[in-house]
Design a protein around this ligand. Structure first.
Ligand code: SF4
Length: 106
């Protein structure tokens, strides 16, 4: 089910439970992973300071400030902090803004 930005619940969390659930899940098909990463590269969502959530750092792609640099966060505003290449590979992972829904239709 697609969600609009006004229905996405906003709360501060460590994201540990959802991170572990995703990490332990199976891999998605290669095409879904590529489609998810294409959505991230084109993502124009920004954090409250106006900085784009999608960012590249030391050759890796992240959604917001990398998780270990900011533990407690509101993922709907600041991004999840995940390494996107790892996250995009997991069935149990989801974009905090539900922008990956298009990729699930492949
Ligand atoms: S996970 Fe979602 S919010 Fe984060 S960069 Fe990718 S598309 Fe944007």
């Amino acid at each position: 089910m697609a969600r609009c930005s006004s229905c996405i619940k906003s709360k501060r969390t460590t994201g540990a439970a959802s991170y572990l659930k995703a990490k332990l899940s199976a891999s998605v098909p290669k095409e879904v992973r590529h489609a998810r990463l294409a959505i991230c590269r084109a993502c124009t969502a920004t954090d409250p300071t106006g900085v784009r959530l999608f960012r590249e750092r030391k050759g890796r792609m992240y959604c917001g400030t990398p998780r270990l640099k900011k533990i407690l966060r509101d993922e709907t505003k600041e991004g999840c902090g995940c390494d996107l290449e790892d996250k995009a590979d997991k069935v149990g992972a989801q974009c905090p803004l539900y922008l990956w829904k298009r990729a699930e239709l492949i």
